[in-house]
Design a protein around this ligand. Structure first.
Ligand SMILES: Nc1ncnc2c1ncn2[C@@H]1O[C@H](COP(=O)(O)OP(=O)(O)O)[C@@H](O)[C@H]1O
Ligand SMILES: [Mg+2]
Length: 357
């Protein structure tokens, strides 16, 4: 049997560049050598593409901040991509998880792992994910959506009408409509980069200015007090979901450091919640994945409210963290699918996009 030429693409021009390297080296280490000819492809922060020059067995799983050696620039990216049977974009965030690289694969008629252009772009942009969740009637945190460019602030209502407001007026609106604390998020964010919790108007204004460094679209959300749980989904048309895992962040919320640097952060699989809640969340995860036109894989994140136990959706990650200790592969492992087998399933799903079964 001919081996599948699998391009594992990683790094990329997003704030999650380093995390992508860790995910990708874990994937490379665990891919079945019998089935795949693995071609690692690295994209640097500026968008330059490189190929790996040594024997694949020399690649070790890297830690956040470490870089891959033995790479050389790709002279012709398009020609190189055309040689592949399947691409596996192990890229988190902008230019990788947002539909842009997926568009390139579509143009080349190259099969690829994960969500397509539409699903990827909806899920990358929190403001637009909210619109779809709202349409699907899945409960979510109340929020205010603004656009910010320098000192120009615009409030965007549910009908997408824009109203120019001062930062002061926005902060009054937040106080009246959401109360404090709130979470301020760049609409295009990931790994908690650019996200801050604000307990008062002063901090809110600072947090908005900070979020502006990452995006012109900003969401301000009411705080959901409760447990943070995540569910893994897999499939194109017939979508399966795992049990739910719980995040126990070591910091006030699940910040970048709590995710990748603080060893005290823990995950509990399965989450200690009732069977009924597990089932409810699994169903919602599949519904949300389908609503955003998800394909292949996603991790769907929720809160369970402390007071009412209501399930609130937070977001969908179309290329979730993929190290051996990441929630997504761990959830599948708990369901009896090993990391290596999971990768086989993903490549197989990439080859079968468009099939109805
Ligand atoms: N509305 C909210 N209420 C409570 N905590 C929140 C809220 N929104 C975000 N958080 C906290 O911030 C973290 C990061 O926010 P999230 O929307 O998941 O962004 P990212 O895409 O960067 O992961 C969450 O994992 C959670 O700990
Ligand atoms: Mg998140």
């Amino acid at each position: 049997m001919n081996k599948i030429k699998l391009g594992v693409i990683f790094g990329g021009m997003s704030t999650e560049h380093d995390v992508s390297i860790v995910s990708a080296t874990s994937i490379i280490k665990n891919l079945n050598r019998e089935k795949y000819e693995i071609l690692p492809i690295y994209i640097d922060n500026e968008g330059k593409w490189y190929k790996y020059t040594k024997n694949i067995e020399e690649i070790e799983i890297l830690k956040v901040g470490e870089k891959l050696d033995n790479i050389e620039p790709l002279e012709n990216v398009i020609d190189y991509l055309r040689k592949l049977d399947v691409a596996f974009p192990v890229l988190h965030g902008l230019y990788g998880e947002d539909g842009t690289i997926q568009g390139l694969f579509e143009l080349l008629k190259l099969k690829y792992v994960g969500c397509k252009v539409l699903g990827s772009s909806i899920c990358m942009d929190k403001a637009y994910t909210k619109v779809i969740f709202n349409k699907a009637k899945i409960s979510q945190a109340k929020y205010i959506y603004i656009k910010a460019k320098g000192d120009d602030y615009r409030y965007i209502n549910n009908n997408f009408d824009e109203q120019k407001l001062t930062l002061e007026e926005i902060s009054k609106k937040v106080k009246e409509e959401l109360g404090f604390p709130v979470f301020v998020k760049p609409s295009n964010s990931g790994s908690s980069v650019g996200i801050e919790k604000a307990n008062n108007e002063e901090k809110l204004k600072q947090a908005i200015k900070y979020a502006q460094k990452f995006d012109t679209k900003i969401l301000i959300e009411e705080e959901i007090i409760g447990r943070e749980v995540e569910c893994a989904v897999l499939g194109n048309e017939n979508v399966e979901a795992t049990c739910v895992g719980e995040i126990l962040p070591a910091e006030e919320f699940y910040t970048f450091d709590a995710k990748y640097k603080n060893a005290q952060s823990r995950v509990v699989i399965p989450a200690q919640i009732s069977k009924e809640k597990q089932e409810e969340i699994k169903k919602l995860a599949i519904k949300a994945f389908k609503a955003v036109d998800g394909k292949g894989l996603s991790r769907v994140d929720f809160f369970i409210k402390k007071d009412t136990e209501e399930v609130i959706i937070n977001e969908i990650n179309t290329l979730p963290g993929f190290t051996q200790i990441s929630m997504y592969p761990k959830l599948w492992e708990n369901s009896g699918i090993s990391y290596t087998e999971l990768l086989d399933r993903l490549v197989d799903l990439a080859c079968r996009v468009g099939d109805v079964s």
